[in-house]
Design a protein around this ligand. Structure first.
Ligand code: HEC
Ligand code: HEC
Length: 206
């Protein structure tokens, strides 16, 4: 291989490095890990639950970096409301958000391993599931990073999120639109389906 080809390959590699850094929006995963110490008591314990209402604190390890940054900003502004998360994110700088998102998205942990109760098999025969998988991916590992990964998320958290969009308690024009015609049975089946898929989200720090 001559020098010119080597140089071209090195330049292409350098370009890729820059591209992948900017995809992570300049977050520093090591700084994010240090900042995560206030989060680990809730997001690091497999099976940990929120009280009133009672549901599992979502698994966020391996979630898409863009979605993480976007939701942390919506908790900070109050657009998405949950008292602990509004308090946690209220004083975050943009750099804190990017660092935390970089750390959480790159975290490789073990699934929480909570048994799924709903009928995941019925979901596959439910015609409405195709609408969801078009954006969230066949197994919930969406390739478009604006759409959150749902794979292996806690079933009760998924169901709560869907009910919150349907009622308008959680605001997002796309998700409010697609949840309007979901019955309680649809919600239960879809939550069971995405929760039971493998190779997905994990608690962070377990
Ligand atoms: C007291 C427990 C608690 C602490 C501490 C906490 N969280 Fe949360 N977090 C929750 C709960 C409960 C939810 C789900 C709230 C809802 O339904 O909107 C949540 C939601 C989230 C979400 C959205 C998940 C999704 O799939 O949309 C992210 C991201 C997140 N937390 C990150 C963090 C980070 C980063 C910290 C530390 C700075 C933190 N949390 C600290 C309990 C906690
Ligand atoms: C056009 C694309 C699109 C379609 C179709 C769609 N979603 Fe979503 N979904 C999104 C986006 C974008 C978000 C993030 C919204 C936000 O920031 O609150 C989301 C959020 C969610 C969440 C919350 C995840 C979390 O971590 O809190 C769940 C659960 C969900 N979708 C399930 C579904 C189901 C079930 C269907 C089918 C009935 C569906 N989605 C259809 C794009 C889509």
């Amino acid at each position: 291989m001559n020098n010119k080809i080597l140089w071209t390959l090195a330049a292409a590699g350098f370009g890729l490095t820059i591209a992948s850094h900017s995809a992570q929006a300049a977050g520093d995963p090591e700084a994010g890990q240090a900042k995560f110490h206030t989060c680990v008591g809730c997001h690091g314990i497999p099976g940990y639950t929120n009280s009133f209402p009672n549901f599992h604190v979502p698994s966020i390890g391996g979630q898409h970096v863009e979605y993480l940054a976007s939701v942390l900003k919506s908790y900070a502004s109050g657009a998405r409301s949950h008292s602990s998360m509004n308090a946690q994110s209220g004083s975050m700088s943009n750099q804190d958000v990017q660092d935390l998102a970089a750390y959480i998205s790159s975290y490789k942990g073990s699934p929480a391993g909570v048994a799924v109760k709903g009928d995941a098999i019925a979901a596959k025969k439910n015609a409405k599931l195709k609408t969801c998988t078009a954006c969230h991916g066949n197994d919930g590992n969406s390739s478009d990073h604006a759409n959150p990964r749902l794979t292996g998320q806690y079933e009760d958290y998924l169901a709560k999120a869907l009910k919150d969009y349907k009622s308008g308690a959680r605001k997002n024009p796309i998700m409010q639109g697609v949840t309007q015609d979901l019955t309680d049975q649809d919600i239960s089946e879809m939550a069971a389906y995405f929760a039971s898929q493998k190779k997905g989200l994990t608690p962070v720090g377990n």
